[in-house]
Design a protein around this ligand. Sequence first.
Ligand code: ZN
Length: 498
Amino acid sequence: MIRSSGVFLAIVLAAPAVSAAPADLAPIVLPAPAAPGDAVKPFISVPAGKVALTHVTVIDGTGAPPQTDRTIVIDGAKIASVGPASDAPPKDAKVIDLTGRTVLPGIVGMHNHIFYIGRPNFDADGKSDPPLMVPEMAFTSPRLYLANGVTTLRTTGSVEPYTDLNLKHQIDAGILPGPHMDVTGPYLEGANSPFMQMHQLRDAADARATVAFWADQGVTSFKAYMDITRDELKAAIDEAHKRGLKITGHLCSVTYPEAAALGIDNLEHGFLVNTQLDPGKKPDVCPDSDGEPTMLSMDPDGPEAKALIADLVARHVAITSTLPVFEQRVPGHAPLWPRALAVLTPEAREAHLYARNLTKSLPPETAKERATIYAHDIAMERRFAAAGGLLMAGPDPTGNGGVIPGFGDLREIELLVDAGFTMPEAVRIATYDGAVYLGLANRIGTVAAGKDADLLVVKGDPAAKVTDIEAVETVFKDGVGYDSAALLATVRGRYGQY
Ligand SMILES: [Zn+2]
């Protein structure tokens, strides 16, 4: 891609040599909206047109403080203006008085799978029968995401990449309800994976060929996984970059500094899966300890943490915060909201409650360690962001029912606030910062004139009362308003099934 902007050029020159110019994802991830079909129409509460949302509080996604009593004018798929409510709305606009509501940018979810992980016959003691199964949630996930304000997502690893691609195309064509999608290719996993639905890479050539094949099929991002070797990762990074596509990783066999030096664009799960200080860590092998000793021993203000953060920032490696899934590991974590619990199948609900009980009854020493690990991670996420690192967010909905698409994205914002970010900062991490990473910040991620009308309307004032973020009423995607409750009603008792 050739860009004429001098600013863009300066950024490219400062980036590591391994990064290729990124492809323009806008035509693929944010194509022109199609007319809604019969399966989408029942959820539309505000049809496309000229609409004025009056008397709203706006948290605009830039990190700026909330602005009260505003009017947002939507014209077709775009935001036409954002101004004081004292300005008269255009005469031809449909006026919707949103007094007592807050409008935020649509969430840009950066770790948003379309699957559930099932552990067959999972029981109260935590035992289950092999193998781990990863059923695709192509029905529930898109509805759950959209209902909770996620208007753009990255799938961040796929077990059914053809399904994810077809799902994306059907949503874009107006056939199915759902968010905009950056479809990630199949997990780039190495040998000895516990997941039988994943291909196990044989070598670097296989990694390169796998990336090339799936890029040709239309995926727009890649994800390396826990058992990949450095050679395989390097080949995957080079092939992805050759095509202008980015690659992230949930790593274990490869440490964070190793992956950064190889040119990876993004690392998943905050700092929680770095294995650089795990005792007995062998190159290219994922230790059974999975990074716990590294995070337990890494003082967020110590020299190792400082060096790691400086290295990642210098190399422009983004970090995805996935606090909801790690919250599950900390004893005494908050229970699921009743509205969220209601979308689980009876089996998923049972598995979630078993898992929650097991966490609650951990020995005190383990419980303390887990709390320390979590505390170290959130401290490092804050220091990374403060140092200029690009911190993004996603819930990582993966089995046991504790993390649910969409609900998890809202929970992530709450947990970022718990971690010490302000509400506007947390919203920025969950919206604008993801848009920046995707190269789509000129289209999505903030509430501003000229941007796509992807908006989330909540009842209340989340900046004053954090849990108000949960009260999603309407979600606008490309200027069309969707009724959150109507979408949720169709997935009651279904998440975990399909
Ligand atoms: Zn994940």
